[in-house]
Design a protein around this ligand. Structure first.
Ligand code: CO
Length: 134
């Protein structure tokens, strides 16, 4: 069912510092930060070829990543994103298996303009899982 690991999202307390860290220490190519007001985050991507790292920084007071940063002041891994072919089929399968889809239970357009769902971390070894239709 799941295919490639699309990205690992990391919440950071200082986006510019995080970008410098990945560029200067690890020699990675990092995109310019992009504000995504609809998602309450500013993002920068590191393309590693086999997958991406998504640096997430809160945007606005209702940012969904603010509570994470409040609990983890130095930041940390926020979610993993797996690719699937057909998100509707995947949703039906996951619900049948007793998994909880966050929000209204329906796919929504994610940060990359593609349909995504998020699964409850308590159903997945304490890890927030994003599923993206590619
Ligand atoms: Co994501």
């Amino acid at each position: 069912m799941i295919e490639r690991l699309n990205h690992v999202a990391i919440v950071v307390p200082d986006l510019e510092a995080a970008i410098r860290l990945y560029k200067d220490v690890l020699g990675a190519t990092v995109t310019e930060p992009i504000d995504l007001p609809a998602h309450g985050v500013t993002v920068a991507f590191i393309d590693l070829g086999n997958t991406k790292i998504e640096l997430l920084y809160p945007l606005g007071e209702k940012s969904p990543v603010m509570s994470y940063l409040n609990k983890n002041s130095s930041g940390g891994v926020h979610h993993l994103c797996f690719e699937v072919d057909d998100i509707k089929v995947t949703c039906d399968h996951l619900v049948e298996k007793g998994m909880r889809i966050l929000g209204n239970g329906e796919p929504e357009l994610g940060a990359h303009g593609k349909p995504v769902i998020f699964l409850h971390p308590k159903d997945f070894c304490g890890t927030l899982i994003e599923i993206e239709q590619t």
